[in-house]
Design a protein around this ligand. Structure first.
Ligand code: ADP
Length: 320
């Protein structure tokens, strides 16, 4: 393969830039021509495409967001839009396309691959919700952002002797809540994968108060069926302790990527180009254990995420 394209799509995540840098510089070192496509699939349809070189990705390794910009494209969801995208791919002579994004972006990539395009997926999402890979690029940075917020909130919660419910991102996958909760010492963690046990949450707070504990931190993923305010109201009413809520929101999507995310992005970017060089089947790049791996793109999307039950049990024991 001599000419490839790269785009970032869907929700952005810290480390996408590091992945773009790795793909561009590896491609150039392999003697390939590489086109950057702006604004995801929308830019592909529009032909918002220009050639990149080693300097195009200078000084971006440490920056959050994506220099290629990202978008959600309604047009690409329809056959007509995808035909236009395919026309552009042919117009620019792009033989393989690197798509950095989440589950939705991969599904879009799979549609393109059914039309004969070789697609290489790199998992860029803070949610860590792709079943075929242990980690996605941006997850570690998001967890550390939440962790830093938890530490700050803990100080003030302790001074005021209150309970704080912190809502974090995660509509279907509670990994951000689980990792930040475990490492931040939360009293309880509420995840979309588990039904809410309000009795257990309140029991823990009451027991804590009776032991002289000054504050409690509850971390709740946004996808949990009970509303955050409703949860706080019930806790306050049942425990008698003032209960505040903090919704972290988009602060979790930005920031300079951690070393771990930069490492993941660099290794995955390199691997994506190596595979494009070797063969023309569409793949999803992931990490299993400590090894960078590739799965068939369609198979990767079918793989179910295994929820870390052990981590949740540890939280229960340690947060006494
Ligand atoms: P993410 O990649 O972060 O999960 P989205 O779910 O918003 O983000 O998907 C990003 C884009 O991928 C969508 O705006 C759309 O253009 C494309 N896409 C998503 N699902 C499909 C699909 N089933 N078929 C074709 N394109 C899709």
């Amino acid at each position: 393969m001599k000419t490839i394209g790269i785009l970032t799509s869907g929700g952005d995540s810290p480390g996408m830039n590091a992945a773009v840098r790795a793909v561009v510089r590896t491609a150039v070192s392999e003697g390939m021509k590489i086109y950057g496509i702006q604004h995801g699939y929308e830019g592909l349809i529009e032909g918002n495409i220009s050639e990149m070189n080693v300097s195009s990705v200078s000084d971006i390794l440490h920056r959050g967001g994506t220099i290629l910009k990202t978008a959600r494209s309604e047009r690409f969801m329809k056959e007509e839009g995808r035909r236009k995208a395919l026309d552009m791919i042919e117009t620019f002579g792009i033989e393989g396309l690197v798509v950095i994004g989440g589950d939705g972006s991969y599904r879009g990539g799979l549609e393109l691959s059914k039309m004969g395009v070789t697609v290489m997926g790199i998992p860029g999402t803070i949610d860590n919700d792709l079943g075929y890979t242990d980690y996605t690029i941006g997850f570690d940075t998001a967890v550390n952002t939440v962790l830093s917020a938890v530490s700050n909130i803990r100080d003030t919660s302790s001074s005021h002797q209150r309970t704080t419910v912190i809502e974090v991102m995660g509509r279907h996958c509670g990994d951000i809540a689980l990792y930040a909760g475990l490492t931040g010492g939360a009293e309880s963690i509420l995840l979309p994968e588990k039904p809410v046990d309000i009795n257990a949450v309140c029991r823990k707070i009451v027991q804590g108060i009776n032991r002289g504990k000054l504050h409690s931190i509850i971390i709740k993923a946004e996808g949990v069926e009970m509303g955050t305010q409703e949860l706080a109201d019930i806790i306050q009413q049942r425990t008698g302790q003032e209960t505040k809520i903090v919704v972290l929101g988009y602060v979790q999507r930005g920031g300079s990527p951690t070393a771990r995310d930069r490492m993941l992005a660099s290794k995955m970017g390199d691997k994506a180009v190596q595979f494009l060089k070797l063969d023309s089947t569409s793949k999803a790049i992931g990490i299993t254990g400590n090894e960078i791996v590739a799965h068939d793109l369609a198979d990767a999307l079918e793989m179910k995420r295994e929820f870390d039950e052990t981590a949740l049990k540890i939280v229960d024991v340690l947060s006494i």
